[in-house]
Design a protein around this ligand. Sequence first.
Ligand code: ACO
Length: 440
Amino acid sequence: MIWQGKRFMTQPTKVTLTFDNGAPPIELPVMPSSIGPDVIDIRSLSQHGVLTYDPGFLSTASCSSRITYIDGDAGLLYYRGYPIEQLAEHSDFMEVSYLLLHGELPDAAQKAHFDKSVRTHAMLHDQVNTVFRGFRRDAHPMAVMIGVTGALSAFYHDSINVFDAESRELSAFRLIGKVPTIAAMSYKYNMGEPFVYPQYRMGYTENFLNMMFSSPCEPYEVNPVLARALDRILILHADHEQNASTSTVRLAGSSGANPFACIAAGMASLWGPLHGGANEAVLKMLAEIGDVSRIPEFIARAKDKSNPFRLMGFGHRVYKNMDPRAAVMRQTCHDVLNELDLNDDPMFRIALELERIALQDEYFIARKLYPNVDFYSGIVFRALGIPVSMFTAIFALARTVGWMAQWNEMLADAGHRIGRPRQQYTGDQRRDYVPVERRG
Ligand code: ACO
């Protein structure tokens, strides 16, 4: 048990809640975690007429999960126990998807079966094309993705039994397979270009790049270095434990709702600027800095408390150390710019220098402000030719895997209950209705 930053010598198994009004104390059990802080089981409190207050869930574990572990102080991120750096280096997105969903790395036959099942679910019902046509051409791709993914619940509704493991697995294949197609179609629709159909013979990431960039007029050769870079980005974004969008998917799914509708709800949450939009802000900032010589001026602005400016891509609500994904992303950025002969890319140079200066600056050191994953991802996306409006859409297709793994874990637990947070009521007490002519 970690308590106020200290680890007790012996693990407590229960805690006692005492009251200063003479009410009897309440004993609460402590549930051990495999790593990280143990949790106090407060489920019995409501029977005593007591609730806890924790808006934003800063101190509340909303579930038990075996999927992802984050230690923000140490800068650690594990999927099913495997450090993210090892997975980004040695694995691929499909294998990581299998790992997140099933808990173990697949053997060769399991991997081939999973790969094929995702690929062969990539095509959308032909009727979905007409759903796209209901949107304005200039609609944001995320708005289109939310709408079309939600609309797919109408295509797969009666056939889905969310309380059956096989049915849930089929839903996972459908969603992981189809969301990249929806994302690429949202982009093509926005550009006014014809849709490109998925190719079952292509790998997941190659297929996505092909659907984004090929056209009937011009063949598109997928560059393996760029495909690998995108695959890494997908691995880094596949899951991040109980963040806002994942909690949204769990809460929506807790009622037994259709999985396409749950994933659409997760996408809606992800679209918010506080969640998925920071890499776009980093690009804007780097463009505004414009030249390495202007970095000190921007550092000074970031430190000036009378100025609301913040160094975009620095700091994180959970990571109070280097975001482990940022280091992988920096290397990926380097690989991509090297491959494209863009080593002198001014934005990358400014980013490297900004990171170097900030990591030595007392202000950033004292506040534990390190580069986060978004600091480099915008530069990589830009080099890959992916427009800013698609950044969050790609985040969503990567995170679809994590959402499905978390949704599946919740429903596989026979003891799961519908999510129903409580509240502290601060409104009026009982009062009687007054007819309009007697008011005021
Ligand atoms: N630049 C300058 N100062 C900063 C920055 C920054 N990027 N981030 C935090 N600070 C300062 C704050 O002003 C505050 O200083 P003070 O103690 O002197 O008042 C201190 O550091 C702590 O800041 P908080 O806002 O309390 O930190 P919190 O953990 O709540 O915020 C957040 C985290 C929102 C990410 C913040 O660091 C930020 O705005 N960063 C820039 C935006 C960004 O990159 N967001 C992406 C997050 S990653 C992701 O979503 C995948």
